[in-house]
Write a protein that binds this ligand. Structure first.
Ligand SMILES: [Zn+2]
Length: 272
């Protein structure tokens, strides 16, 4: 078994707090393209820009329906399952929060009960008129009627955070980050805020284990971090441990190692 030596000798509170931040790299191996993927059509349309969606709601709804269709056969990969297993295994021994930047439903499909969607989810709808949140009931159209207030004409929209919108959970996520004993970032761009800021917040509040798993780090980093352009990647150096490789390959091993470490530190009488 792969062991992860941790820097922290104890936890801030009785139970360890583990925060996992995931990005598009988590779902990449399930066939959902990352924002930076040249095959991705995220950037070939501005339908997901908040201003543009206001100007052209029809395009926004059509493009969302298109994603839902494209993704319908995608299956969770080993990384989604690893988070689900980790959460189940440690449910009574640790506080675990998985914050994802992804809007797909693969974490839910894998049985992950710790997931929170920073950018919303294609599983949910929101009414622009009354603010009600409810499950997605069908493919989107301008004629959809809000089940809470009865408005239509574009009132019902996908509950996803668009470019230019404020991410969800920013009123409470920082409070959890500050309590974190272990912070893991996986498959996320280091440059996207507020996600990039979370690790700094964790570090400044005494989180001693800050782990980064990503495919996209250049070779130089592993021999001479000085080659990295600090302007573009300075938050990189807020991490205490790096793993390069796909989320599906690395994350299961890392979480297994951390689960083992947490369990072995608990009083033996708590162990089965
Ligand atoms: Zn409504």
């Amino acid at each position: 078994m792969y062991k992860i030596p941790l820097n922290s000798q104890g936890w801030k509170k009785e139970r360890p707090v583990v925060v996992i931040l995931s990005g598009a790299g988590l779902s990449a191996e399930s066939g959902i393209p990352t924002y930076r993927d040249p095959q991705s059509n995220w950037k070939t349309t501005n339908a997901f820009d908040a201003e543009e969606a206001k100007r052209n709601p029809q395009l926004f709804l059509r493009e969302t329906n298109e994603r839902i269709r494209e993704w319908k056969d995608a299956k969770p990969n080993a990384a989604h399952s690893a988070i689900a297993d980790f959460t189940r295994r440690l449910r009574d021994r640790a506080s675990i929060l998985h914050i994802t930047q992804n809007i797909d439903a693969l974490s839910e499909d894998a049985g992950d009960t710790s997931v929170f969607h920073l950018h919303g989810s294609i599983l949910k709808s929101r009414c622009q008129h009354c603010g009600a949140h409810f499950p997605r009931l069908a493919p989107y159209s301008l004629e959809d009627v809000c089940p809470a207030c009865g408005k239509s004409d574009g009132a019902v929209r996908p509950d996803i955070v668009l470019f230019g919108d404020v991410p969800y959970g920013m009123d409470w996520i920082p409070g959890v980050i500050r309590q974190a004993d272990i912070f893991i970032a996986v498959g996320t761009s280091l440059l996207v805020y507020p996600a990039a800021w979370f690790v700094v917040e964790a570090m400044e509040h005494g989180c001693l284990d800050r782990i980064l798993i990503t495919k996209d780090l250049p070779d130089e980093l592993f021999t001479d971090p000085g080659h990295i352009d600090l302007d573009e990647a300075d938050s990189l150096f807020e991490y205490t441990k790096f793993f390069r490789g796909s989320a599906a390959r690395i994350l299961p091993q890392v979480l297994e190692g951390i689960a083992w470490e947490i369990e072995s530190r608990l009083s033996p009488k708590l162990l089965p």
